[in-house]
Design a protein around this ligand. Structure first.
Ligand SMILES: *Cc1c(COP(=O)(O)O)cnc(C)c1O
Length: 228
């Protein structure tokens, strides 16, 4: 199948999952993960109306971004090394992978120096997997309180990945846990989260049913060359 049919399939599936869970599909943002895609494929998805694209490697993204339409919102979804913070701050409108204080401080000081704010999601290692980045779920609230005073840094939500599993139902308990953390943080004074980024090609319909507001979908749109 080509990119137009793939996008149509994803959009239909999002609409159906939203209907099953009494949600407005307009509350769900599709981020097309273009890490394996070339410029022409990105352009094809753009022409079909997609405006959010996700990349996980700074250097590759910096080659693509200037060659793509300027009204694309770029999402940095990969692990972010502190020494790459400046490039990411410049090229991207949302960072999904804030997972430590040192990185928060670095982003804050760069943003403050540039007299702007940087929007970030806090990445949670929801299944406690040794091979994945992210904060332990129990540290989320303390972390968000700790970074609250940092100037120029705006925490707008949470991001997580469920462990890889062939059956998307296996992701459901993790997505449910994420939603519970997300909801409980809304009670914390000064915290105002709007984005819950979870759900990928294999499990996005379950993520919609469990409350995701942002989906990150790569292989189902662009095909499955691996780059990780
Ligand atoms: C690659 C990637 C995705 C997209 O994965 P697919 O299974 O290809 O949809 C989503 N989130 C992150 C963090 C990724 O690295």
């Amino acid at each position: 199948m080509g990119i137009p049919a793939n996008i149509q399939m994803v959009r239909d599936a999002v609409r159906q999952a939203a209907a099953r869970s009494n949600r407005d599909p307009g509350d769900i943002t599709l981020v097309a993960v273009s890490k394996t895609a070339g410029l022409e494929e990105i352009r094809e998805a753009y022409d079909l109306g997609l405006r959010h694209f996700g990349e996980n490697r700074l250097q590759e993204a910096m080659d693509k971004i200037p060659r793509c339409p300027p009204d694309i919102a770029w999402h940095f979804i990969g692990h972010l090394q502190t020494n790459k913070a400046k490039g990411v701050l410049e090229g991207f409108s949302l960072i999904h992978s804030l997972d430590r204080y040192r990185l928060a401080k670095r982003l804050s000081s760069l943003a403050a120096a540039a007299e702007r704010t940087v929007r970030v999601l806090v990445q949670i290692n929801i299944a406690g997997e040794a091979a994945k980045f992210g904060l332990p779920p129990g540290e989320t609230e303390g972390f968000i309180r700790d970074i609250g005073p940092l100037p120029g840094l705006e925490v707008v939500g949470l991001m997580a990945m469920a462990p890889f599993a062939p059956d998307p139902e296996e992701s459901r308990p993790y997505f449910r846990d994420m939603k519970a953390i997300f909801d409980s943080l809304q009670q914390v004074p000064g915290v105002n989260l709007e984005i819950l980024s979870m759900g990928m090609s294999g499990d996005f319909t379950v993520a919609v049913e469990e409350g995701a507001t942002m989906l990150r979908i790569g292989s189902l749109i662009f095909g499955s060359q691996s780059n990780d």
